[in-house]
Design a protein. Structure first.
Length: 185
């Protein structure tokens, strides 16, 4: 079975050809689509689509580029949703230093809090890591041996990063192909 572990089919970019995109992916063998939100504004469109299409599965988290200014109300809302909602993963979460390094401290803290939620709910994580391997590894090191699982989204690291991740936690790397959500060992 193929599962697209990361797609934003609920965004307006797909409004015109959503059915065609899904049909082509299904023709190629994709049976399920995991949809992570980005911020609080994308939660409802995500839920609308996942409620309508049984093969679209919701993940929820606060994307690192959304950790700016007054992000706490959105983070609190997302955490509260785990008490009442049914999600398949925590994500898309992580650290992104490509566009801006202003909120690095806050991104690390929000990432850590969301990893705790994932462990508490026994859910895998979808980690966004852009120009932030060192910072991601700093946070993940605190979770060594705690059973954290998930995928690295848009992984662009090298062999050293792959070996580090494999030695630390049970992760698979998303290399621009569809991979099963269950962790490969």
């Amino acid at each position: 079975m193929l599962i697209d572990t990361h797609t934003h089919l609920y965004l307006p970019d797909f409004a015109q050809d959503l059915d065609d995109v899904i049909a082509e992916a299904q023709r190629l063998g994709v049976e399920f689509f995991i949809l992570p939100n980005v911020d609080c504004d994308t939660i409802q469109p995500l839920l609308n689509l996942t409620n309508r299409l049984h093969y679209c599965l919701p993940a929820i988290g606060l994307h690192p580029t959304s950790v700016v200014g007054n992000f706490q109300p959105c983070l609190d809302k997302i955490k509260a949703m785990f008490l009442t909602g049914s999600f398949v993963a925590v994500g898309e979460i992580g650290i992104d230093l490509y566009w801006d390094k202003t909120f690095i401290k806050e991104q690390k803290e929000v990432f850590s809090q969301q990893l705790e939620v994932a462990l508490h709910k026994h859910l895998p994580v979808i980690i966004h890591c852009r120009d932030a391997f060192s910072e991601i590894f700093d946070v993940l090191t605190m979770f060594r041996g705690r059973g954290l699982e998930g995928v690295f989204h848009s992984f662009s690291g090298g062999l050293d990063e792959v070996l580090w991740i494999r030695n630390l936690v049970a992760f698979i790397l998303e290399l621009g192909v569809f991979l099963p959500l269950k962790i490969l060992t």
